[in-house]
Design a protein around this ligand. Structure first.
Ligand SMILES: [Zn+2]
Length: 490
């Protein structure tokens, strides 16, 4: 994610408000709900009572996602009419039970479910809490078994508004179209999901809209069909994807189709009024080439961009095809495409690990400036450190486990300094090797920040405990030893 230039100055203010309102944060939705108490008189077999938990275990967002199963694929069909803003959907979720399940949860926000089937049998269900869809299959599911859940649902999608992180999820565009994007969650505003980055899955979409509108999403474009004044657009992403990286975008798109040198299909979509972004996006092959040169092969089978005319608060690295706000510039493109490696291919395990996404996507902007504009990054680093002398709060932002609502406070600027210091600490050769092998080892998976620390120590052969503590876990200016490593030493 990259934040709007307008939003950036407010972050510091928002942070102060949050510190003052710390008590309030603790009361935001997401606190664990009391578990239903089992009926002691029940005599049904144990498996019937076995239930997947209603959260996947993220310390900041305990209610996001669920446990007890592992989704393999989402096959989503939706119909959306911009005139009425109504969405009707059917989600076919293929999953494997990881526990015996008498019942399990999916997450769906503010849309009404009318029917659920597990396999070919109707299942009981109820919607509860902020976004829990509790499903009781006609027969319990045994651990290890693959099963499908079909959910029929509909309503007018709404967005999440988080006072710390802003808007995410389904939004109506100024054009009358709509799109869904956002982190830490957004998918559940338009389809039922196991909404945790820990459960990555393949994704298929068939989206039906009235003629004149069109739909862009993740992955490879499929066939479009027309019937009765409506058109159905199809998209398919075969590689595992975190739910927050899915997107749907409905507008009167101008679509450019091309291919990278290796044949990877590129689809770029411009909303009416966003066409000037072509000036930047025509450099996508050069950007991906550059990033592949630093990080290893491009991890996906499709590429492109979705360019909104709306000046929303963020641009986001939706997988294979980022969503860009109206203000996005060339640096934003470099940033969101760097996320295809850092964040999308290798996803965080918990939101406390967000630096694995943002520190590196932000540092990719420095690498680009160094390579393309001949910028001296040591000079840039020194100037940045000098600038922090005037900003008392600059160093008070940990880059790892920063606390809920603080995920995006330090990672964009302090994160760049920290990664540059790491590069100077271990040298270019170890730095490049550490990043490439990290991405290779965790490709299509998840990883946590402490694993990255151990990995870099192993690749570099250096004990970096003090360095990582000072830069990533600490909340004060690193000591001179860590602030001026290698060629930065004065
Ligand atoms: Zn980002």
């Amino acid at each position: 994610m990259a934040l709007s230039p307008k939003a950036r100055p407010y972050l510091a203010i928002a942070a102060v408000v949050l510190v003052i309102a710390g008590v309030l944060v603790a009361k935001l939705p997401g606190a664990p709900e009391p578990r239903p108490v089992a009926d002691p008189s029940a005599t049904t077999p144990a498996v019937v009572d076995a239930r997947g938990a209603d959260g996947a275990g993220d310390p900041y967002y305990p209610q996001d996602g669920n446990s007890g199963y592992d989704v393999r694929e989402y096959d989503i069909s939706v119909s959306y009419d911009p005139a009425t803003r109504r969405l009707d959907g059917k989600a076919l979720v293929t999953a494997v039970a990881t526990d015996d399940l008498g019942r399990f949860n999916l997450d769906l926000y503010q849309l009404a479910v009318s029917e659920v089937a597990v396999g070919d049998r109707r299942a009981e269900f109820r919607q509860e809490g902020e976004h829990e869809l509790v499903v009781t299959p006609a027969e319990p599911l045994r651990a290890g078994r693959e099963f499908t859940v079909a959910v029929t649902y509909g309503g007018e999608p709404t967005l999440f508004e988080d006072r710390a992180l802003g808007r995410s999820g389904w939004q109506v565009s100024a054009s009358g179209g709509a799109f869904a994007a956002g982190q830490p969650h957004s998918a559940t505003t338009w389809f039922p999901a196991n909404d945790t980055p820990r459960d990555k899955a393949a994704f298929k979409l068939a989206a039906r809209v009235p003629d004149g509108w069109s739909v862009v999403s993740n992955g490879v474009e499929g066939a479009t069909t027309h019937a009765d004044g409506w058109s159905t657009y199809r998209w398919q992403a075969a590689k595992p994807m975190a739910t927050y990286l899915t997107t749907i975008a409905i507008d009167r798109w101008s679509v450019d189709r091309s291919a990278l040198a290796d044949g990877t299909p590129v689809v770029d979509a411009y909303a009416p009024g966003a066409e000037r972004a072509r000036e930047h996006q025509r450099r996508l092959p050069e950007i991906l080439d550059f990033l592949a040169g630093r990080f290893g092969p491009y991890p996906f089978q499709a590429a492109g961009g979705i360019f909104l005319a709306d000046d929303i608060g963020f641009s986001l690295e939706t997988q294979t095809r980022p969503v860009y706000a109206g203000w996005a510039d060339l640096e934003t493109l470099v940033h969101e495409n760097a996320h295809q490696w850092f964040g999308d291919s290798v996803s965080l395990r918990s939101w406390a690990d967000i630096c694995l996404n943002e520190c590196f996507a932000s540092y990719a902007q420095w690498l680009w400036a160094e390579a393309k504009d001949g910028e001296n990054l040591d000079d840039r680093y020194r100037a940045e450190v000098a600038r922090t002398e005037k900003s008392g709060g600059y160093w008070k932002r940990p880059l790892y486990d920063m606390g809920r609502g603080n995920e995006f406070r330090g990672v964009y600027d302090k994160g760049q300094l920290a990664v540059h210091a790491l590069r100077r600490q271990i040298g270019d050769d170890a730095f490049d090797r550490a990043l490439r092998t990290w991405l290779e080892q965790h490709r299509d998976g998840n990883a946590a920040w402490p694993e990255f620390e151990a990995h870099v120590e192993q690749v570099s052969g250096q004990d970096l405990d003090g360095f990582f503590a000072a830069w990533f876990r600490g909340a004060e200016r690193p000591s001179d030893e860590h602030l001026w490593p290698g060629s930065l030493r004065r």
